[in-house]
Each structure stands twice: as C-alpha cells, then as structure tokens.
Ligand binder design. Sequence first.
Ligand code: URA
Ligand code: SF4
Length: 242
Amino acid sequence: MGKSAAEILACLRDHVELLDGSGAGFCLAGPGRTAPEDAAAAPGQPAAPPAGLAADTRTAAEVERDVRSCKLCPLHRLRTNAVPGEGNWAAELMFIGEAPGRDEDLQGRPFVGRAGQLLRKIIASMKFREDEVYITNMVKCRPPENRVPHREEMEACWPYLARQVEIIKPKAIVTLGMTPTGHFVPGRTAMGQLRGRFADYRGIPLMPTFHPSYLIRNEGNREIRRMVWEDMKKVMALLGRK
Ligand code: URA
Ligand code: SF4
C-alpha cells in the first residue's frame, strides 16, 4: 500500500485546504493525525515521511479525546456531541454502524435510539453483555438529516476507527449495513451477496449484516430477521458462544 512522496504531499495539501475551509479535498492518508504545519513547512520536500504519517500510537483515552474535539470534516459544525463509541477496549467483538443519529448526537453515545435498542437486543441474544463488546460507527458525528456520510467524511474520520480496531484487536467484527461494509469489503456488491460469509480485515474475521434500522423499516419481514440471526450465530460459533 505504498504511497509515493508526491501523493503523500498532495494528501497533506488537500488536508490543509480542508482544515482552513478553502477546499474539499480529502485523502485516506493512513493511520494517525496529519500534521498540517509540517506539510506547510516543507513544500515540495519528499524526504522523510511527514510526522503525521508515522504510526498511530494514541491510547484509547486519547482517541476519545481527539474525537470529541475533532474538526477534521464539516460534520463537526452541526454536531451537539461527537460519538467516539463505547464498550470494552479489550472486546472480542466489535460492532460498526454508519453514523450517529439524533439521539446519539444528543447523548454522545452510539446506538441509543430505536435502532440502538434493537442492536442491544441482538447483542443480548448473542449472549454478550454490553460491557463485553465495543460499539462504534464509521463516522463519529451526525450527518444532517441522517443522510449517508460522504466518502470524504468517512475518509477524514477513518483514522479513529482504524486506531480503535488496532487497540481493541477484536476476534470478530460485525459491520451493520452497506456504509461500513462497503468500506471494509470494497466492490459494488449488495448486502444480499456479502452477508453470511466472513470477510477479512487485517486477519480479523468480519461479518457484514443488515443494519438494525433496515430491520425496523422492514418490521414485518421475518426473512431479513432470520438472515441477521443466521449471521450472528456464525459470529457466536466463531467466538465459542452457543
Ligand atoms: N445508526 C447507526 O448507524 N449508528 C448509531 O449510532 C445509531 C444509529
Ligand atoms: Fe472529525 Fe469524524 Fe466528526 Fe468529521 S465525523 S468532525 S472526522 S470526528
């Protein structure tokens, strides 16, 4: 996944423009915070990797702190609270949703609204306590009208999630809906094709399944519920919970 020095500098330039609001460019620069002042101080110098591209060594507490004060994408402007995630930083199982909704934005906690209640029921049915798992989202601030986060927003927010996975080192990840699934399992496929089979993220088995909001919107559809439960049973089997 090597990037040339020129690409890295282009990313940082985009990032600086983004930060001062003059441009819309983003770049998936890999782990870590980018350091715009470094980029500005070294125009056209391909030499050593910019400081921001060094390995991300943030602790769990630092990730939470950074998320809560983050202004890396325009979603920060409309939020009440950023929502880093919650649960156990040594969890075997991690759930990744799309983005905070209204209730989550107001409370600063993930999955506390209607979809969240359903997710928490699913977790209990899987014989996990909530404090045994970790729950978070692709982006940590609520998009206006709960629209799907833009690609640029997901890219700006990605280092937080990447670091969360790196710290937690879960034995399994469940992605809820196509927004996180599309990020982890690239390609233009539908959930129907992706669910039910483990994908792989850096050696971690990753199970895509339908988002609980989708279950709510299709409340009468027992087939969708059955599929989600089938997917979760595979995760339980993998983690030795029957
Ligand atoms: N939907 C999500 O994807 N995430 C939340 O935190 C709440 C609803
Ligand atoms: Fe920062 Fe992510 Fe919130 Fe954007 S969505 S402001 S990148 S925490």
